[in-house]
Structure formats: C-alpha cells, structure tokens
Design a protein around this ligand. Structure first.
Ligand code: ADP
Length: 223
C-alpha cells in the first residue's frame, strides 16, 4: 500500500458541515484512481491531505507504511520530495527558465551527484518520450499550454515518485490536449509503476482510470 486515509475528517473555520467526514481510501501500488465530485465537495482538500500539504482534523494518513510527523517540517518536506509528485491545473513553470531547467528544479535539493545525474537523464528521456526533446531549450512562453502542462508532468515525475497527485491536470486544456495528457499520464503510470490519484470533474477522463470514486457531502464512494 502506497498511501491510505483512515477515517479522515476535515473542516474549515466557520463551516457548518465537515468537508471530509471519516473518509477512508486505500491506494495500492501501481494503480490509477480518479476522484470526482461537484465543485466545493472537498476533492482538493482530500488531495492536499494525501500530499501532506494539509493535515486531517482527525483520522490518519499512512504514507509508505508510516504516519507523517507533521511537526517536523524538514522531515515532511523530505518525505514529500522523495515519495510524491504534484501536477496542478496550471503548470506553474518558471517563465525565465527553459523547459529543461524547469524539469531540473526538483533535483536542486539532491546532494548525491550520481543520483542527480540519473534523474536528469530520466527527465530528458521522459521529455523525449512525450515528444518534447526539440523544445528542451525553449522557454514556457515559446511553447503551447499543452506542452507546458506535459513539461509540468515530467517535472512531477523526475524524482521517481511512488505517488503522483494531479488536481484537475487537464483543466486549462482543450479537449484534444486534455485527452492527450491523460493518455500520456496513464501510459507513464503503467510503464513506471507508480500510483496516481487524479482529481477531475470530467467523467470522460475519470472512467479512463482503474478506479473511480465520487466525493459528495463529505463521503467518498467507489462508483
Ligand atoms: P473541490 O476541490 O471539490 O472544489 P475544495 O477542497 O477546494 O473542493 O473545497 C471544499 C470546501 O472547503 C469549499 O467549500 C471551500 O470553500 C472550502 N475550503 C477549502 N480550502 C479552504 C481554506 N483554506 N479555508 C477555508 N475554507 C476552505
């Protein structure tokens, strides 16, 4: 099991009802999971808790076999860097850097040179794999939004994460590019053997993944 939520509840100040009400979810290795649900139903909150970016009020997150220690910021960011890759709705690439420099950003904290070199080669191979090897020295403004989003996907994978978390990764793309991105994500997920949780409001995208869950009124149900 890569990650597991055990009866996780979460609410925000001034809210009458809980965003998440004793939500449990098991994420085995090498699997793809879609989380759907209406806007404001707590999908991002759930993903942020899985990614240690937010904390549960009660219940537990078990990540790679242990419960993260939220009070140790350094430790938790090490765990996050090692285990988890994030893809968001906007690509968040740095405009002043080339695509190659952008995908190398997660490698900055690495101190082991051979590890760094390997990850760098992996990033370049992934860029080639998704048809962007000619664009390595371009800046984000010189390529399309779809190409930026595919680069952000490689940036999330360069550290070989065991868990990839994607929050509406196709939200800024037209339907053709959305479909291309999700197909590439799925191919890479199977090839590389990580697990992936994708938040999407699109049923068309959700049903491409192995398991589909719906979040509604604080509860999560497999559909
Ligand atoms: P979704 O991703 O399904 O659209 P979210 O997880 O973003 O839903 O939000 C769920 C609910 O929690 C919404 O009502 C939202 O306004 C509220 N919410 C999310 N984050 C915060 C926050 N940091 N502070 C207060 N309320 C929040």
């Amino acid at each position: 099991m890569i990650a597991e939520l055990q009866a996780v509840s979460k609410s925000y100040p001034l809210m009458e009802t809980k965003v998440l009400n004793e939500v449990s979810l098991r994420i085995p290795s090498n699997t793809s999971i879609a989380i759907t649900g209406p806007s404001g139903s707590g999908k991002s909150t759930l993903l942020n808790i899985l990614g240690t970016l937010d904390t549960p009020d009660s219940g537990k997150l078990i990540l790679d076999g242990s419960e993260p220690n939220y009070s140790d910021n350094q430790l938790i960011s090490n765990i996050r860097n090692k285990l988890i890759g994030f893809v968001f709705q906007s690509h968040h690439l740095l405009p002043q850097l080339t695509l190659l420099e952008n995908i190398q950003l997660p490698l900055l904290p690495l101190t082991n040179n051979s590890e760094k070199q390997q990850a760098m080669e992996r990033g370049i191979a992934l860029m080639k794999r998704i048809g962007l090897s000619e664009k390595l020295n371009s800046r984000p403004s010189q390529v399309s939004v779809g190409e930026c989003q595919r680069t952000a996907m490689v940036r999330a994978m360069v550290n070989s994460p065991k868990l990839l978390l994607a929050d509406e990764p196709t939200g800024s793309l037209d339907s053709e590019n959305a479909s291309l991105l999700i197909d590439l994500l799925l191919e890479l997920q199977k090839e590389q053997g990580f697990s992936m949780v994708v938040v999407t409001h699109s049923m068309e995208i959700a049903t491409k993944l192995q398991k589909v869950y719906q979040l509604k009124s604080g509860s999560l149900k497999q559909i």
